[in-house]
Design a protein around this ligand. Structure first.
Ligand code: ZN
Length: 263
């Protein structure tokens, strides 16, 4: 099982080496901005790397919203990121589930997700797996709670859609981690990646503040159990840079290593 970290995008392979990470996730553009990703000078080196690469799409992307001025550029930015992420040999593009505004019909949001995949299919489909990630907050989210996730998958299930399970977002979003993998897989059929994070905030707080695995309000053994049950690679999106993330990776590797007791 490959364990890694979300790192700065300037030199992801050096960041991986510093943390003894087997996988890294990074942004290809400003996560708070609308700029399309630019070709990278290190694309050949990244493609040839032993380290598995994942790209996180910008946070501004919201393909579910009924607001045309956000939804249309979101689709374009997501498609552009998929192309750019495939060019560096990434295994997947992670994008948040998004939401509709208060008073708007969530059913339209799910259909907007379907249209996003239909729009991509018209131009040959996304160039790599798109992994929709569960989110922590909001009352109108497409992928905060599993009842919404089931409706989302009803809408997009005809396309090849992956799933990224974030343990902090699940806990803060109000989903118990115990047996969560089974309940998610009953809906999506798959978990492609785990974001292995602790949460600074309480269960169902709706807040999204990641903590190191040894801190926070989640029993770290539950995070381990989620990764083991998912059978998927794990990326820590935790604070503390090389030291903090390196410690989190070492903890997971120790607990998930051969011969460790089943959680
Ligand atoms: Zn995450």
């Amino acid at each position: 099982m490959r364990i890694g970290a979300h790192v700065d995008s300037a030199d992801p392979l050096s960041e991986a080496a510093a943390r003894a990470a087997e996988a890294v996730q990074f942004f290809l553009s400003d996560p708070q901005g609308w700029k399309a990703p630019q070709p990278r000078e290190d694309a050949d080196r990244l493609r040839a790397a032993e380290v598995d690469l994942y790209v996180h799409a910008p946070y501004v992307i919201n393909v579910a919203t009924l607001n045309n001025r956000i939804r249309i550029p979101s689709r374009k930015l997501l498609l552009g990121h998929a192309t750019a992420a495939a060019e560096i040999g990434a295994k997947g593009l992670i994008v948040h589930g998004g939401h509709v505004n208060a008073g708007d019909d969530l059913a339209v949001g799910f259909d907007n997700w379907r249209k996003t995949f239909a729009y991509a299919a018209e131009s040959g489909g996304f160039a790599l797996p798109v992994l929709i990630e569960n989110t922590a907050g909001g009352d109108n989210a497409c992928a905060r709670r599993l009842d919404a996730l089931a409706r989302l998958w009803d809408a997009v299930g005809e396309y090849e859609v992956g799933f990224c399970l974030d343990t902090c977002h699940a806990h803060a979003g109000g989903e118990e981690l115990l047996d969560l993998v089974d309940r998610v897989k009953a809906i999506t059929g798959r978990i492609d990646l785990v974001h292995a994070n602790n949460s600074k905030d309480a269960f169902d707080s709706g807040r999204d503040r990641h903590d190191n695995l040894g801190g926070g309000t989640i029993d770290p053994e539950l995070v381990v159990a989620v990764i083991r049950a998912a059978g998927a690679p794990a990326i820590v999106e935790t604070p503390g840079g090389v030291d903090g993330q390196g410690t989190d990776i070492a903890f997971l590797r120790d607990r998930l290593g051969a011969g460790s007791p089943a959680a």
